[in-house]
Design a protein around this ligand. Structure first.
Ligand SMILES: NC(=O)c1ccc[n+]([C@@H]2O[C@H](COP(=O)([O-])OP(=O)(O)OC[C@H]3O[C@@H](n4cnc5c(N)ncnc54)[C@H](O)[C@@H]3O)[C@@H](O)[C@H]2O)c1
Length: 342
């Protein structure tokens, strides 16, 4: 697709999450940016032009987001409002990021059911009604204790035990159903835990893998809420956002499926801590297990088989564990040095 073709995105995006739930103690209580949405908008705007990508959320954007490109209020539970936005802005592609994540969803099941399931129904209907290309992310959390865990293939038993996982399996199946039934151009990637330096995670089970870097740089101490040997698939945010754009742009005839696993690396808290300690040898790591998060992690894949994505549309990650750790420490280190001198 050329960059001046008539493509308008609506990014039903994640910018910040406080809602009526509490975030894990190692993070700021609320505010700030959501983890993935703003970064994706930046990448898409660079690729397709600033005015062609509209960012939306139910929360008030911080000024640097508001002034960086078009932003509108949009509640995915309000179908008429969604339709008005799609029609008035001639939207052609829609990225649907709004969701309550795993730990937050368990703390508020009925809100998670509304946002993750009813909201998804609205998005699917809008996309089908207006012939949009639709991207919806899924997750390692769409698998459960009866799935093969090391590695987990694309097609296998999916019996997750969280409302988050149940809603994501529902999204995968409904999207594929709309594709086969109505020809909807539905595209879905199952993300592993995503690690980013400049945006905070929104209450998922893999959040520890972001928190360790901030705590290591700021206090030299980190208390982990998962057991040291809890192995989970992970990915640096740049790889995740690039995969998303590549999959959105992939010619339809290269997609043998509509929902793909993607992966980069797989590690446990103790392996991550050891890699960080190569750079910061004085880092002290202790463990205080959060039973809810541990039970969720114990039911999730330890490793992800993403060979179909690699074969079909050429998925390839750039960041392994050493590059991830170096990049995170460089970013957070320079950020905190700037903060100290200001
Ligand atoms: N971050 C990860 O590690 C990860 C891993 C796998 C999959 N995913 C998926 O990627 C997507 C984005 O994740 P994230 O970490 O950026 O999420 P996040 O928790 O940071 O943000 C979720 C956003 O949804 C918005 N929202 C809530 N209710 C809404 C409503 N009614 N209408 C409109 N917006 C609403 C919130 O305001 C918030 O900005 C999610 O679908 C998530 O399931 C994320």
């Amino acid at each position: 697709m050329s960059s001046n073709s008539n493509v308008f995105f609506l990014l039903s995006l994640s910018m910040s999450l406080s809602l009526s739930v509490s975030l894990p103690p190692s993070f700021p209580p609320s505010g700030g940016l959501g983890q993935l949405g703003v970064g994706l908008a930046k990448r898409l705007r660079k690729r397709f032009g600033n005015k062609n990508v509209i960012l939306s959320d139910i929360r008030k954007p911080p000024s640097h987001v508001f002034y960086s490109g078009p932003f509108i209020y949009s509640d995915i539970l309000d179908y008429k409002n969604l339709r008005e936005i799609v029609v008035n802005n001639r939207i052609t592609w829609l990225v649907h990021y709004s969701a309550l994540l795993s730990a937050v969803g368990e703390a508020n099941v009925s809100l998670a059911r509304d946002v993750n399931i009813t909201g998804l129904h609205n998005i699917l209907d809008i996309a089908a009604e207006h012939g949009l290309r639709l991207f919806v992310p899924s997750t390692i959390g769409a698998f459960g204790p009866t799935s093969p865990r090391n590695p987990t293939p694309d097609l296998c038993v999916q019996r997750p035990r969280t409302i988050y996982g149940v809603s994501k399996v529902h999204a995968e199946l409904m999207g594929e159903y709309y594709h086969h039934r109505y020809g909807l151009d539905f595209r879905c990637l199952r993300y592993p835990g995503i690690i980013s330096a400049d945006s905070q995670p929104g209450g998922g089970t893999t959040d520890y893998a972001v928190a360790i870097f901030h705590d290591a740089v700021k206090t030299g101490k980190f208390e982990c809420n998962l057991k040291p040997d809890t192995r989970l698939p992970m990915m640096y945010i740049d790889d995740c956002l690039r995969a998303t754009v590549e999959m959105m742009e992939a010619p339809a005839d290269t997609l043998s499926m509509r929902t793909y696993n993607i992966n980069a690396m797989s590690f446990s808290p103790e392996e991550l801590a050891q890699e960080v300690q190569k750079q910061l040898p004085d880092l002290e790591v202790t463990y205080d297990i959060d039973q809810v998060r541990q039970a969720i992690a114990d039911s999730w894949p330890m490793n992800f088989d993403d060979s179909n994505a690699r074969n079909d549309w050429g998925w390839k990650h750039d960041y392994d564990l050493p590059e991830l750790v170096q990049t995170m420490l460089n970013y957070i280190g320079s950020d905190s040095r700037i903060a100290q001198t200001n």
